[in-house]
Design a protein around this ligand. Structure first.
Ligand code: ADP
Ligand code: MG
Length: 257
């Protein structure tokens, strides 16, 4: 057993949120892009983040696996501060799967190779074990017949499903999705949202940035509205969409619904 295999969900402190922002502030130079963010994502919860362009949604996600440094507050994964001095960032990052708007697949590797690469290199899985798991995962996202296809041979929706399978191959505790359907032709959006819905139903903890309000309402346990770096409203989907409290949320919903 490699060291990586010994790190499992067992070491998550019981009762802690899977992801927690505690008074987080983030600046780019003098631009204050996250302002005193408090947000907890509980195990198996699906939190959907909505808001206008530039409101800080991507930056919020990127802080979870410390792709961005924060200037105040704390971000915790399973109770462990990813920003603590001396913390093993790579170990915490393995708990977090991330899927982006632009697939970021390796162009010269097949679908299956894209999925098996990190488990072999980072987690020390055998080629055979990684291959078996990769085939299973690609089957689950409906790509069992595309194992040996290269990204250029796949549609946008298929590429995005490979990207989801690739993230799942690391057995993350939480999945982050940043506008993963925004670059897709409209007729391909449904197949990707369908995979995400399936993951949610299986109990995956998810933090999802999206403009798909139907998905937010039907799959989200909670909807969070960001505006100018702040969380300005949050609540269960039915309350958020049918009875928004703030003027900011009412305005936003008038524009998107
Ligand atoms: P959203 O995802 O909601 O569109 P972002 O998190 O991408 O918003 O951006 C929030 C703000 O931070 C925007 O004003 C954006 O211009 C700024 N920003 C994002 N990334 C950087 C960066 N790397 N350097 C400087 N400013 C950035
Ligand atoms: Mg963004």
């Amino acid at each position: 057993m490699s060291d990586a295999d010994e790190v499992t969900t067992d070491d998550l402190a019981a009762g802690q949120p899977m992801v927690e922002f505690d008074g987080v502030d983030k600046f780019f130079g003098s631009a204050h892009v996250l302002k005193d963010i408090d947000l907890a994502v509980e195990e198996q919860e699906v939190v959907v983040v909505v808001g206008p362009s530039g409101s800080g949604k991507s930056t919020l996600l990127r802080c979870v696996n410390r792709l961005e440094e924060i200037q105040d507050g704390e971000v915790r994964i399973g109770g462990e501060a990813i920003t603590a001095p001396g913390v093993d960032v790579n170990r915490l990052r393995q708990k977090v799967g991330m899927v982006f708007q632009h697939f970021n697949l390796f162009p010269h590797k097949t679908a299956l190779q894209n999925v098996t690469l990190a488990p072999v290199r980072v987690r020390g899985l055998s080629e055979a074990a990684a291959r078996q798991r990769g085939e299973d995962l690609l089957g689950e996202v409906g790509l069992g017949d595309q194992l040996d296809s290269f990204p250029a041979e796949l549609s946008g929706g298929q590429k995005q499903r490979v990207a989801i399978a690739r993230a799942l191959a690391m057995d993350p505790d939480v999945m982050l999705f940043d506008e993963v359907t925004s670059a897709l032709d409209p007729e391909l959006v449904g197949e990707v949202l369908g995979v995400m819905r399936g993951l949610a139903e299986e109990g995956m903890t998810m933090l999802v940035v999206t403009h798909e309000m139907g998905f937010a309402r039907e799959v989200g346990d909670r909807v969070v509205l960001m505006s100018e770096g702040r969380i300005v409203e949050e609540g269960p989907p039915d309350e958020f969409f049918d009875h928004p409290e703030t003027d900011r949320a009412k305005k936003f919903l008038q524009r998107v619904l």
